[in-house]
Ligand binder design. Sequence first.
Ligand SMILES: *Cc1c(COP(=O)(O)O)cnc(C)c1O
Length: 421
Amino acid sequence: MKFENSLEFAQNCDTNDRLKKFRNQFYFPKTNLGDNKIYLCGNSLGLQPKSTSDYIQQELNDWSDYGVDGHTDAKNPWMPYHEFLSKPMANIVGAKESEVIIMNTLSVNLHLMMVSFYQPTSKRHKILIEADAFPSDLYAVESQLKYHDYDPKDALILWKPREDQYYDIEDFNQIIQNHGDEIALVLIGNTNYYTGQHFDMKYITDSCHQNDIKIGFDLAHGVGNIQPHLHDLGVDFAVWCTYKYLNSGPGSLGGCFVHEKHHTKDLHRFTGWWGHDKSTRFNMRQDFKPIPTAEAWQLSNPPILSMAAIRASLDIFQQAGFDNVVKKSKDLTGFLEYLLLELNDDNLKLITPKKPNERGCQLSIQFLDADKSLFDKLTQAGVVADWREPQVIRVAPAPLYNSFEDVYQFVQILKHIRYAG
Ligand SMILES: *Cc1c(COP(=O)(O)O)cnc(C)c1O
């Protein structure tokens, strides 16, 4: 797409956008004047689809009408409710239906996956993670090491970014060359939450498997705008949340992928009744017999109201077509990058990679001369973005509900604050 720096160009892109009708299907927070805020914070919490309340209301109605019988008699029976989510979710992460399960929350799922896929031996017990991983991922990994009596000081290997915040795959290679036979697990956020860098998942997966290392990805900052092709790459496991780009509401359930090659293996696993063979689950006396899919990792019967919100969101993704979402995401973020570079500001540095296949929808902007007052002014002007100390603003146009005009107006406001204010 060839960009132009004008409002007219942005509005033209919106007119020709095949996903334009979806913007209207979301609630936008409003300014005091009643206008939509410029919401660029889908990397933290996605907006609410207008249909969500109907999906939740349906389950509330069935609960009042049927009580316990809703498990079987509700319009969308609660017993198999999680199964309604698997296919559309699998489509978004490039998996088979049997490889995906919505359950728990991200950090919990990460622990459950490490119970199965972090199997340390005295020779091979280290974990490799990117240096500036999301804190929860780091805490989870450190606590798993300690649980197995290893000191994170020795057993945790950090893949560090270079001066410019870029994680170079050469440095990853070097670590694997030096420590490949000591590492049991590599856990990488497929898109780094801070810089927005998207890693080469195929390269990393192949490299791990050539060295007998298990590989897991945290998709939190990519899912919903990057297609990770988990099955074809042969990734061992992946986890993600659904409240960021998947718009399912604050604290909603997370997703989990387990490659089918592991489904019938005798792995360590923490278990609960919802992972037991469905035909005998309610006999209540049987020895544990795992469902031969990712469902075997389920512990509890799931919260239907939260799942209803996920269902509302996934139905929108299905209508939009995920390929269309990914394509628009590249155009929107490309337009944002183009406009920011047009500012010709030596103190404004994009720490997100320039190549479209090395990022998702988020751009992380470092302001070498600014402090948080810049961000506060943006907030006052009706922009919702996200500030990271010491001097980074993350902006993430979400392809389902953000417009090219949103992106244009954001850069206009930034320009006004920085050069006219
Ligand atoms: C958002 C996010 C989390 C949050 O974890 P929860 O368990 O859902 O609170 C964890 N890790 C990463 C990489 C994230 O982006």
